[in-house]
Design a binder for this molecule. Structure first.
Ligand SMILES: *Cc1c(COP(=O)(O)O)cnc(C)c1O
Length: 411
């Protein structure tokens, strides 16, 4: 019989969201009239910007015209999209990123996982705790870890705890690690990193020959002008960092699918024979072999994000969610609850009141207010005692949920 990849058996089978669903369904079955408001999922709710829809409709029409029809596109993505990204997202911020260093894909989630294809199996890997679970699970699947302990920590991974004590930004580890995942603005904590903090990471990575995987999926939500949007705003980052970006959150593309990864041509990794190899070449080879590009229609939709109308509409979309975040922060604070994040990110990270565990607070919020959030412990052991509330929802739902919480929690 065919054997399997046994590493999959080590996975703590996606227990967070199924467990949330189980508890919500049980509650709904007992209380069929309860109007449950879900502030738990990291998915957008508002419709696609008009500029993107118009561009995609036009692209569909082109596909119906024999002279304008397009088949396979370049695996790396169309040059007009990569040029627009290089100009608006990077060069306009003083980042030295060329269009040839940008790879268009159908999602940052897959890129974060797929990138491991081009790295060896004996790297020491660091993640923050709490963390976006994709970074951990893809390393488990690739056989880079041992078994999980009862706190859900996998053997072989270096966990960097983040909490209020270190402003939810991981401290530079004393030991040498080869691959480091950093996500700013952060999911789940909503924290951001200063230029100085990122500079310390870049200096560490260069001193140790490490590679930083920088996930900037939420950069559009930064409101503080002093906070860097890209790791390439930091001196030396071209020598040590790969950046992941996505149209999912800034332009509502979670269901449309388009993202990008930047692999600078100056990045190197070590081969078994001790020679230095350009990572760009390996990633280009990997994508050309295993990926056939993003749909022409979707790439035209993504390009429209950079048109004047697209810029205005995505700005408005982000501002809408950030107003939700402001309402959540203010209402929870007024109810005597300690909150973090939600200023430069669409997530509010809540300290559970009265020392409740993350799951106890989940149950309390569900039963008393019929509001669903995400227990912080689901993102890692150090997330215990915290709770994530997402600003991705309608204004009506956010106001209603916050009103219910204010009523129940106000002293
Ligand atoms: C939503 C999100 C992404 C984007 O994923 P896509 O696959 O592009 O939709 C990437 N990283 C984090 C941390 C996210 O929350």
């Amino acid at each position: 019989m065919a054997t399997i990849n046994d590493n999959y058996l080590k996975l703590k089978a996606g227990y967070l969201f199924p467990e949330i669903a189980r508890r919500v369904n049980a509650f709904a079955a007992e209380h069929p009239d309860a109007k449950i408001i879900r502030l738990g999922i990291g998915d957008v709710t508002e419709p696609l910007p008009a500029a993107c829809r118009t561009a995609m409709i036009q692209a569909v029409e082109e596909m119906g015209d024999r002279d304008k029809f397009r088949g396979y596109g370049p695996e790396q993505g169309y040059e007009w999209l990569r040029e627009a990204i290089a100009k608006h997202d990077f060069q306009a911020r003083g980042c030295d990123v060329d269009a040839s260093e940008i790879f268009i894909s159908d999602g940052s989630k897959c890129d974060c996982g797929n990138i491991l294809d081009i790295f060896g199996s004996n790297n020491t890997i660091a993640v923050t705790d709490p963390v976006y679970p994709v970074y951990v699970d893809t390393n488990v699947m690739a056989g880079h870890t041992g078994e999980a302990n009862d706190r859900g920590e996998y053997g072989g991974l270096v966990y960097l705890p983040i909490s209020a004590d270190n402003h939810f930004t991981a401290e530079i580890p004393p030991q040498k690690v080869d691959l480091i995942y950093l996500c700013f603005p952060n999911n789940p904590t909503g924290a951001v990193a200063t230029k100085e903090h990122l500079q310390a990471w870049v200096n560490y990575a260069r001193a140790n020959g490490s590679i930083i995987f920088f996930d900037a999926a939420y950069e559009a939500f930064i409101t503080d002008p002093a906070i860097p949007h890209s790791i390439y705003e930091i001196d030396g980052a071209r020598e040590c960092a790969i950046e992941f970006r996505s149209f999912s959150k800034n332009a509502g593309f979670t269901g449309t699918r388009c993202a990008l990864t930047v692999v600078p041509k100056t990045l190197k990794g070590k081969a078994a024979d001790g020679s230095d190899v350009e990572l760009w070449k390996l990633w280009n080879r990997r994508q050309s072999t295993k990926f056939n590009g993003v749909s022409y229609i979707v790439q035209r939709g993504a390009e429209a994000v950079y048109s004047p109308a697209g810029q205005a509409q995505t700005k408005e979309l982000v501002a809408f969610y950030m107003e939700n975040a402001r309402i959540i922060r203010e209402q929870l604070t007024a109810a005597g609850i300690q909150v973090y994040g939600g200023v430069n990110a669409p997530y509010v990270w809540v300290k559970t009141p009265n020392g409740l565990s993350s799951w106890d607070f989940f149950d309390k919020l569900l039963h008393a207010c019929n509001v669903v959030g995400t227990p912080g412990s689901g993102f890692g052991a150090a997330g215990e005692g915290y709770f994530r509330i997402s600003a991705f929802n309608s204004r009506e739902n956010v106001n209603e949920a916050m009103q219910r919480i204010a009523e129940k929690f106000k002293a």
